[in-house]
Design a protein around this ligand. Structure first.
Ligand SMILES: [Zn+2]
Length: 201
């Protein structure tokens, strides 16, 4: 089944190359259809065949969480494909939540973002899907998801569209508690930890 799908996709890529005025048989393009088909099925669209609940490793021990604080996970890589142009957009997701006796292993956030990102997306929906999923499954008191990304569809086609896009989704206590929301937003927008660490080295 997968082989059949890969073969069909390879044919389509070859056809695509022809239609844009290329010669799919020339040396440099010979391996391209197979490479592109594999890349799309195994990586870029793998999220359609992944279940995000597989990445839920929730700790519920009563002494595991915070008493009254915010957990912030920053610099989660986002690599996705814009559904309008089939070109990549990439950047970082930053997530803040107020736990309600349940915390998620922090490496799992990247897996969950990845599952939704490895599908055709618009950044707004990606942000919403991550927020909905985490709010429903982790059941925190409050949740905020912020994604910052560069859109290569705007980058390669000129300047008619903004290249950088920031999107946020807010759930629970963050909607009502303005000071708490501001605190979370400040934490989310702090400079990259990786960058700070590098600068100190
Ligand atoms: Zn686009």
């Amino acid at each position: 089944m997968t082989d059949e799908r890969t073969r069909k996709l390879e044919e389509l890529v070859r056809e695509f190359l022809l239609l844009i005025g290329e010669d799919p048989n020339r040396e440099g393009l010979k391996e391209t259809p197979a490479r592109v088909a594999r890349m799309w099925l195994e990586e870029l669209s793998a999220g359609y065949r992944e279940d995000p609940t597989a990445h839920l490793k929730i700790f519920t021990a009563s002494d595991a969480g915070l008493k009254n604080g915010i957990v912030v996970v920053r610099d989660i890589p986002v690599r996705s494909i814009c559904e309008h142009h089939l070109l990549p957009f990439f950047g970082y997701a930053h997530i803040a939540y107020v736990p309600d006796g349940r915390i998620l292993g922090f490496s799992k956030f990247a897996r969950i973002v990845g599952t939704f990102a490895k599908r055709l997306q618009v950044q707004e929906r990606l942000t919403r899907q991550v927020a909905d999923f985490l709010y429903d499954e982790l059941k925190p008191k409050g949740l905020m998801v912020l994604i910052d990304a560069v859109h290569t569809c705007a980058l390669v086609r000129g300047i008619e569209e903004p290249m950088y896009l920031t999107t946020t989704e807010v759930r629970g206590i963050f909607k009502k508690d303005e000071p708490l929301r501001r605190e979370a937003l400040t934490l989310l927008q702090q400079g990259s930890t990786v960058g700070l660490w590098r600068n100190q080295g």
